[in-house]
Design a protein around this ligand. Structure first.
Ligand SMILES: Cc1ncc(COP(=O)(O)OP(=O)(O)O)c(N)n1
Ligand SMILES: Cc1ncsc1CCOP(=O)(O)O
Ligand SMILES: [Mg+2]
Length: 512
C-alpha cells in the first residue's frame, strides 16, 4: 500500500455512506485512506436526523495536519454542507495546484440528497451552494460524479434521454470539471438497466448492466467516487477506474444486507474478480446502444463469436519478415504473427500469401497483423487487430470465413470492449516498457495482468505482450497466462535459435 487518498466528507453515524463507506472502498483497492470530516451527520437506515456541519477551523486543522505529512495522490470530496465549506476546500485545492510538484487528482461527488431522500446540504441555501460549487470548486475538479438529481440541480437540464446527459455533462465541463460521470442509478433507462455515462474531455463512455434488485443501495455514490479516486491514485486511466467502480458497486449491491428498518448499505467486497459483476461497454449497434438511440454508422460491422483457437497458444513470436517467420516455424514455434507495418511494402501480398502457406506446412497458427483484406483473400488462419481497427475492419466477413480474430487490449475498459466481440483470443499489453512500439501511458504491469487473466482466460486464450524476455518469463507465466508474445526476445537475441529454445522451456515451466 503506497498510494494515499484523502476523503473530505461527512461522517454517517449509520455506517453506510460518507467517510465510513469511503475508507472501506479505499481499503478494497489497496490504498491508504485519510479523512477530513466536514459534518457529523446523525442518520440511520431510515433517514437523516441532523446534519451537524463541522466548524471551518476544525476542517482547516485536519487539512493542515494531512498537508504537513501524508500528501495524497488523489482526493475524494463528498459532503460539503455550506458555501463556506466549499470555499475553504477550494482554497486548499488551489494551493495544492499552485504549490505542489504533483497536485492530487480530485474526484468530487456533489452529495446533495441521501438515498433516503433527505437533503445533505443546508436546504435554505441550495441555490447559493450550487453557485459556489460552479464558481469555486468545479474549476479545480478532475472528475465530478453527480447522480441524476444532482445533475439536474446543478445544470437545470432535465435528463430525459442520452442527449440530455451529454448536454448536462458538457455544461459541467464548461464550468471547469475536466470529466463528468453521471450515475444512472435513479435513471432506469432503458427500464431494468443501470446505465452510467462518462464524458472525459471530448470522449464519451457508456456502461450498462441489468439493475441489481436490492433496496439496500445506501452509500453507492460515496463508494463509487472513492473507488475512482483510489484507481486514479494508482495511475489507472479514468475509463478503467469507471469500469472498476461499477463492477465494485454491482458486487456490493449483490452482497448488500439489511441493517435497520430502512435502506441498508451497499456491501464492501474486494477488487472485482467476477466477470458477471462487470458492466457492458455500450457500443452503437449493440442492443443497449439501440435502446439508447446511439447513431450507428451504416458500415458498422458488428460481429460477435469468432472461430476458436487452442486454449494455450504458448510462445507467440511476432515478426516483421518472412525470413523471421520461417525461422520461428522451423524452430518449433506454433503461433507466429506477421506484423508488417509498411502498407506499401513491395512484396506485401506475396509475403502474406507465403506466410499463410508456411503456417499450413508447419501446422502452425499464423496470424496476419492489420492486413485483414489480404488475410481474407488468401485464407489465413487468423488476423490480429487493434481496437482502432474494430470499426473499419469487416468483422462479419472475417467471422463468416471462419478466420480467427485476436484483439489487442490495454486495460479494463478495452478488455470489456473486446469481450463484446467474443474474439478468438485476447492480448494484454504492454506488460513492461518496450522499444518495439510506442506504448507510453499504456504499460499495464504484472499486477493488472494478474487481474485480467482470471477474468478472461476462462473464456478466451489470453496473451501477454510487451517487454517480455527470458528473465521476465517466469513471473509472467506465474500469472497463469497461457501465451506470451515476444518480438525482441527473439529478433535481437545473439543466437535466436537458442533464445527460442530457452523461451519455449521457460514458458513450459521447465527452466530452473
Ligand atoms: C499478440 C499481439 N498483441 C498485441 C499486438 C498489438 O496489436 P495492435 O494493437 O494492432 O498494434 P500493432 O501491432 O498493429 O502496432 C500484436 N501485434 N500482437
Ligand atoms: C506490438 C506490441 N503491442 C504491444 S507491445 C508490442 C511490442 C512488443 O515487443 P517486444 O516484445 O520487443 O517488447
Ligand atoms: Mg495492428
Amino acid at each position: 500500500m503506497s498510494e494515499i487518498v484523502w476523503t473530505i466528507a461527512g461522517s454517517d453515524s449509520g455506517g453506510g455512506a460518507g467517510i465510513q463507506a469511503d475508507l472501506q472502498a479505499m481499503r478494497s483497492f489497496g490504498v491508504h485512506g485519510c479523512s477530513v470530516i466536514t459534518a457529523l451527520t446523525a442518520q440511520n437506515s431510515l433517514g437523516v436526523e441532523a446534519l451537524n456541519p463541522v466548524d471551518l477551523a476544525v476542517i482547516e486543522s485536519q487539512l493542515q495536519a494531512l498537508t504537513h505529512d501524508l500528501r495524497p495522490q488523489a482526493i475524494k470530496i463528498g459532503m460539503l454542507a455550506n458555501v463556506q465549506q466549499i470555499q475553504l476546500v477550494a482554497e486548499h485545492l488551489q494551493y495544492y495546484r499552485d504549490n505542489w510538484e504533483t497536485p492530487p487528482q480530485v474526484v468530487y461527488d456533489p452529495v446533495a440528497i441521501a438515498s433516503s431522500g433527505d437533503s445533505l446540504i443546508e436546504e435554505d441555501a441550495q441555490s447559493e451552494i450550487a453557485d459556489a460549487i460552479k464558481t469555486h470548486l468545479l474549476p479545480l475538479v478532475d472528475v465530478i460524479t453527480p447522480n441524476v438529481h444532482e445533475t439536474q440541480m446543478l445544470t437545470g437540464v432535465y435528463l430525459i434521454g442520452p442527449d440530455a446527459l451529454r448536454d448536462a455533462a458538457q455544461r459541467l465541463q464548461q464550468w471547469g470539471a475536466k470529466s463528468v460521470i453521471i450515475k444512472g442509478g435513479h435513471w432506469d433507462y432503458p427500464q431494468g438497466y443501470c446505465v452510467d455515462f462518462c464524458r472525459h474531455g471530448e470522449q464519451e463512455y457508456w456502461l450498462g448492466n441489468e439493475s441489481v434488485a436490492t433496496p439496500h443501495t445506501h452509500g453507492t455514490g460515496c463508494t463509487l467516487s472513492s473507488v475512482l479516486a483510489s484507481c486514479l491514485a494508482k495511475g489507472y486511466p479514468l475509463k478503467d477506474a469507471f469500469i472498476l467502480g461499477k463492477a465494485y458497486i454491482n458486487a456490493g449491491l449483490k452482497a448488500a444486507k439489511r441493517y435497520g428498518e430502512g435502506v441498508g448499505p451497499v456491501a464492501h467486497t474486494q477488487f472485482p474478480v467476477n466477470l458477471a459483476d462487470f458492466p457492458q461497454v455500450i457500443e452503437p449497434g449493440s442492443w443497449l446502444g439501440d435502446a439508447l438511440d446511439f447513431d450507428c454508422d451504416s458500415d458498422f460491422n458488428y460481429a460477435a463469436g469468432f472461430a476458436p483457437c487452442p486454449e494455450r497458444l504458448g510462445l507467440y513470436a511476432v515478426v516483421d519478415s518472412l525470413d523471421w517467420l520461417a525461422l520461428c516455424l522451423q524452430n518449433g514455434i506454433k503461433t507466429v504473427q506477421l506484423r508488417i507495418k509498411d502498407a506499401d511494402a513491395d512484396n506485401l501480398e506475396q509475403d502474406i500469401l507465403r506466410a499463410i502457406e508456411l503456417g499450413k506446412t508447419h501446422q502452425a497458427q499464423v496470424f496476419i497483423n492489420d492486413h485483414w483484406q489480404l488475410a481474407l483473400k488468401h485464407g489465413a488462419y487468423g488476423v490480429h487487430l487493434g481496437q482502432e481497427d474494430l470499426h473499419s475492419a469487416n468483422l462479419k466477413e472475417i467471422q463468416d470465413a471462419g478466420m480467427r480474430l485476436g484483439l489487442s487490449t490495454h486495460g479494463f475498459y478495452e478488455m470489456l470492449l473486446a469481450h463484446n466481440y467474443r474474439p478468438s483470443y485476447m492480448a494484454f499489453g504492454a506488460i513492461y516498457p518496450t522499444t518495439t512500439k510506442d506504448m507510453s501511458g499504456q504499460i499495464q504491469g504484472l499486477e493488472k495482468l494478474r487481474h485480467f487473466v482470471p477474468l478472461m482466460q476462462p473464456h478466451y486464450p489470453c496473451v501477454a505482450i510487451g517487454g517480455i524476455d527470458l528473465m521476465r518469463m517466469a513471473e509472467v507465466v506465474e500469472t497463469g497466462v497461457g501465451s506470451v508474445a515476444v518480438v525482441r526476445a527473439i529478433t535481437e537475441a545473439a543466437d535466436p535459435q537458442a533464445a527460442i529454445a530457452e523461451l519455449q522451456q521457460a514458458i513450459a515451466g521447465e527452466s530452473e
